[in-house]
Every structure is written in C-alpha cells, then in structure tokens.
Design a protein around this ligand. Structure first.
Ligand SMILES: Nc1ncnc2c1ncn2[C@@H]1O[C@H](COP(=O)(O)OP(=O)(O)OP(=O)(O)O)[C@@H](O)[C@H]1O
Ligand SMILES: [Mg+2]
Length: 419
C-alpha cells in the first residue's frame, strides 16, 4: 500500500510538474508572440520613420529651393526698388539744386514746396513761405493769375509759359518767365508746380542790344550828315577867312566876319564830335598813363569849371598804362567835367580819380560789354544835383538832354568811346 501511495504521490508531483512546465511554455510562447508583435510594430515604426524622414528631407529641399527663389526675387525687387529710390533722389536733387525757382502749390494756391533756386530768386527761406499763399509773390495790384490757370489745367489744356513781375522779400521787383504745370498723382491733379526763371539778365542784354542797334543807326546817320556838312563848312570857313584876311582893322564888317569865323570853328568842332561818335574819325590809340592825361587837362578844366567849383584829383600813383586815343580821352574828361559843372550852378567839388580795378565774373555778367580782367578806372564825380532814375536811364542816348534844344551830345560819344 505504501508503495502505491508513493506512486500516487510521485504521479501527483509529476502531474503538478508537467502542469507547471506547460504553463511556463505557454507563457514563453505568449511572450514570444508579444515580442514578435512588438518587433513587427517596431519594424513598422522604423519604416514609417524612414519614410517620414525621406518626406521631411524632400520637404526641406523644396522649402530651401522655394526660399532660394524667393530670395532671388526679393533681391531683384530690392534692386528695382533701390533703383527707383535712387531715381527719385536724383530727381529731387535736380529740383533742389536748380537755379530756376521751382515752387509747388496746392489747388488753393498755398505754397507746399520751395527749392533753393526760389530762396535765391525771391529771398524767402522755405520755412518762411511753406503754407503761405502764393500771392505773397504777386505785385500788390496784380490779380492772382493762377486762378484761371488752374481751371485751364483741370480742363486738360496746356498753359504756355508767360512773363510777369514778381515781388521779392526785400520789396524789389523781378521779371520772370513762369511755366505752370499740374502735379498729377494717379491721374488726378493734386497741385501745381511753377518754374520761375529770372529774366533780369536777359532783359538787360536785350535792352543793351536795342540800345547798341539804336546807337549804330544814329551813328551812321549822324556820321553821314556830319561828313557832308563838314565839307560844306570847309568851303564856308575858307571863304570867311579869306574875306576876314582882306579887311582892314577899321572895316566895320571885320567884326562880323570874325563872328562868322568863330561860329564856323565851333560848327567844325561839333561835326568832328559827331564824326568821332559815328566812329568815322581816325583814332590814334597809343599806350599812355591816364594820370598824365588828367594832368594835361587840369589847366583847361580849371578855366572851364569856374571859380565856384573846386577841382580835386585823387590819382593812384602806380596805375597800369592803357592804350587809348589821347585826344578822345581828354574829350571824355572834358565832357564829364562840363556836365559836373552844369550840375553845380552854386559851386561844389569836382573830383577826378584814377585807380586800377579787377572786374570779376559776376560784374561781367551784369555788364555784357565787359570781359573779366584788369582795368584802369577813371571816376569823375561831383557834389551837384544828381540825376533822377528817368534821366539816368537815358543819359547815353544821343541828343538826350535836360538843357534844351541843341544839347545832348556829351555822354553818348563818351559811351561809344569808352566801349
Ligand atoms: N554830372 C551830372 N549831374 C547831373 N546830371 C547830369 C550829369 N551829367 C549828365 N547829366 C544829365 O544827362 C544829360 C545828358 O548829358 P549830356 O552830356 O549827354 O548832354 P548835355 O550835357 O545835356 O548837353 P551837351 O553835353 O551836348 O552840352 C544832361 O542833360 C543831364 O540831365
Ligand atoms: Mg554834357
């Protein structure tokens, strides 16, 4: 019995053991399954990761390429914008530094822009005028001409340039040519630009040309008349002298003949002046010192100007020599001095000065008959009545005088001679 029990015991243990082994095998199998699943999943994940990585790399490459193209485009746009900005800056610099006065106005004629040329021409700084009405530059009695012009421009009509007078800050009037154009933004007129050019210099030139042509014509006329008249005078004076020579001192007609001879001599002097004026007289320029010329006329001058007028000479000692006709120079000094005497009926001082001067570019621009360079200056001044503006404007015209008929031949030949 004992043996049986033992066997049962062994068999029970064997059963228990085999059960444990089976369970362990099952666990191991299920763990192996789990592991396989995990491995498969892991492999799947690895594949997904690989694909994702490839996709990412592709995306990154695409992005880099996009960025590259975008950069090139931006660079291109940047260059174009820089060029456009440079162009605007260049245009602004041209406007800013233009010698012409360039003014921007809004549609109510208020000044919005004012360049350096405008500062120079009108004397106001930009800060002084921006925001002010443009009528600031108009003469007090002038109407605002831009009113009609704005309407014309809004109708799309062209407004040709015109000339007008503007008022500077210092009250001086300045002749200008004006060109008004619309300022267009997106096809709409938002204001007006007005370009003003100073005409002072060109007007002076035109006036000088007109004067020179007038002098030329009168000179030719006077020269022609003087020439023929001189021939006739030579005959009259010649016979008058013969008659005079043939009379006895007791002859009652001798005195009258003397008067005829004197008047004939004065008439001949006048025709010579006219001939000189018309440049028909033969001049003999030579190099001389103007101080000497002044000195040589002093004696004659003192006699001419009378006792009430004092003669003062201020001569620069080392003036440079000049090449002139001595007789013509003396005539210049005499004519100016006689004018000075006439302007001082109650006495005064007549001053004659000499000096060397250098005339610069700006002076030459204001006086087109002059080249810049070294000159000798002869000044004849007096303490007399002076001249009003109208007289001053006409003194060099032949036969202009305030002294009556038969006068007015003093300064015009002088200006011809000096020029
Ligand atoms: N020094 C001066 N002061 C004031 N006025 C002057 C002077 N010099 C010239 N004038 C004015 O200029 C005018 C023209 O002068 P200009 O010498 O040509 O002729 P005139 O003196 O009138 O006559 P003429 O010289 O033929 O005897 C004068 O009539 C005078 O009005
Ligand atoms: Mg005179």
């Amino acid at each position: 019995m004992v043996g049986t029990v033992f066997y049962v015991g062994v068999s029970v243990i064997g059963i228990v053991l085999s059960e444990q082994v089976r369970a362990a095998r099952l666990r191991a199998e299920s763990q192996a399954d789990l592991l396989r699943v995990e491995i498969t999943e892991h492999e799947l994940t690895q594949e997904q990761l690989r694909r994702a990585k490839i996709r990412l790399e592709q995306r990154a490459e695409e992005r880099v390429s996009e960025l590259f193209h975008a950069t090139i485009q931006i660079q291109g746009e940047g260059t174009a914008r820089q060029e456009a900005e440079a162009k605007v800056l260049r245009l602004a610099a041209i406007v800013a530094s233009s010698e012409d006065a360039i003014i921007g106005k809004d549609l109510t004629s208020l000044i919005t822009d004012w360049n350096t040329g405008a500062e120079h021409l009108f004397g106001y700084t930009s800060a002084e005028v921006v925001g002010s009405p443009a009528t600031l530059l108009a003469l007090p009695d002038a109407t605002d001409e831009t009113v009609g012009i704005v309407e014309q421009l809004l109708r799309g009509e062209d407004v040709p340039p015109y000339e007008t007078i503007r008022l500077r800050k210092d009250g001086r009037e300045v002749p200008v040519s004006v060109r008004i154009s619309p300022i267009l933004v997106a096809g709409c007129v938002v204001g007006l630009s007005s370009i003003n050019r100073d005409l002072t210099h060109s007007k002076q030139l035109a006036e000088q040309l007109r004067q020179a042509q007038k002098m030329e014509t009168i000179g030719q006329l006077a020269g022609g008349v003087a020439h023929d008249f001189n021939n006739i005078l030579t005959i009259m004076n010649g016979y008058a002298e013969i008659l005079f020579e043939g009379t006895q001192p007791s002859d009652p007609s001798r005195d009258m003949l003397q008067q005829i001879c004197d008047a004939g001599t004065r008439a001949a002097a006048l025709t010579h002046q006219l001939l000189a004026f018309s440049r028909k007289q033969v001049l003999q320029p030579r190099v001389l010192n103007l101080n000497e010329t002044v000195k040589s006329t002093e004696k004659l001058l003192r006699r001419l100007i009378g006792e009430d007028v004092r003669l003062a000479t201020v001569m620069s000692p080392n003036i440079k020599p000049v090449k002139v006709d001595a007789g013509q120079m003396e005539q210049v000094i005499l004519n100016l001095s006689i004018n000075a005497r006439d302007a001082m009926p109650h006495g005064g001082v007549l001053t004659i000065e000499t000096s060397d001067v250098a005339l610069g570019e700006s002076y030459a621009q204001m006086h087109p008959e002059v080249w810049p360079g070294q000159y000798t200056l002869l000044t004849v001044s007096d303490t007399g009545t002076g001249m009003d503006a109208t007289t001053k404007a006409h003194i060099f015209e032949p036969f202009f005088t305030t002294k009556g008929v038969g006068y007015g031949t003093g300064l015009s030949p002088i200006s011809t001679a000096v020029n």
